[in-house]
Ligand binder design. Sequence first.
Ligand code: F0G
Length: 482
Amino acid sequence: MAIIKFYNRAPVPMEMHKVKIVQKLTLLPAKQRLAKMKEAGFNTFLLHNGDIFMDMLTDSGVNAMSDNMQSAMLRADDAYAGSETFYRMRDKLEEIFGIPNLLPTHQGRACEHIIAKHFVKPGNCIIMNYHFTTSKAHVTTLGGHVEELIRDEGLIAQSTLPFKGNIDLDKVRACIAKEGADNIAYLRLEAGTNLIGGQPISYENMKAATDIAREYGIPTVLDASLLQDNLYFNKTREESLKDLSIREITRKIADLFDIIYFSGRKFGFGRGGGILVRDEALFHELEDYITMYEGFLTYGGMSVKEMEAMTIGFDETMDFDVISQSPQFINHAVKELDALGVPMITPGGGLGAHINAKEVLAHVPSEEYPAGALVAALYLCGGIRGMERGTLSEERNPDGSERIASVEMVRLAFPRRVFTLSQTEYVIDRVKWLYDHRHLVGGLRFVREPKTLRFFTGTLEPTSDWPEKLLEAYMADFGEDQ
Ligand code: F0G
């Protein structure tokens, strides 16, 4: 279904589901939020969920399940080996992707761990349209390096390009010539490119890039964690695909790759993961890693209840109405905020609405983590938890200097089927308030900085008393109780 038409007003995104189970939310008074933020070391990952009003940290493992998914959990077949649940999940994935060989894992990064461990040798190069934090960390830990060959336009914050996740084919050829095909462990394309704002990659671009890889005998890997959003954009923005069903588009994409992996915390609306391997011999080689690191071959660290639910979730992902929800809500938020003058990453993609923190806090140097500061400020100003996606999420250079991120964003994730339009309007309102008071926001510095994936558990402090000043202005407008 396209957008629902209205008689007497401009259309708004419509929820194509109704609420059956709810979770109560609390909005802590403003001063308490400051205390909680201090306790959490100005890192939104370290906040307790009960202290959050709108949790827009991520879409990972927090998507709403359908009634059919929940009821399927009851028939989960508990068995260490040979669970019928596993065979149902495997068959469903084969029906959708056309690959019968499934390696189950506990989540997406476990897939990345196993793929990297098998393929990456010290000095190897891995070509990507763009990295994801965990997919890169696994490669670099093994002594490999990542070449991100996204087209230059993909990194321009404000744009009308429909497929900002596309890889630059000339750069791919140049990279192969420079590194030598033998030194390239694999080509990894990420659907719904997370770190540039959930931006899609076109089928046409995936085809051209995988054709080049095949020409040189380089294995091709699809990160399908965010494929559902990507599929929505393939259908709505790619002329040659507009008359195909989501299932047909999925199969066309799948046919391009040797290996497809996913985080089931996103793809399938559950919690888990899996690797589909086209080549039978390679599949059997990789099985050893599952039994060693994940669990037996018929559960891979997942709960069978989640597997059973995800199996239904995969089917729901093939439903255009279902996968349209998030992109439409995100598009609404991005368009409204853009119209209010807030610098956003445009066009709206999947996963979430992304604020261009570099521009909002142009007065905060990258070394003081503007996106980290803005995301902390947004929690203070409304109890909204987003995620920093910028310099803080990077690892330092080997010489200890900061690796300045090419994009500095605050991500406001829209977990699928979770938030309503009025909640979305609240977020738009608070972001606009914060934008109008942006001069009150200062920087952050590390108190405790872990070596790897520091953004998850590192603690920080403000470089001045800016949080207190910001909160004073907030309470002057909204009162102390909110
Ligand atoms: N690939 C992509 C594109 C992802 O977005 C993620 C996770 C992973 C792999 C790893 O999967 O979390 O199941 O181990 N993204 C989450 C996020 C963490 O919040 O964006 P995982």
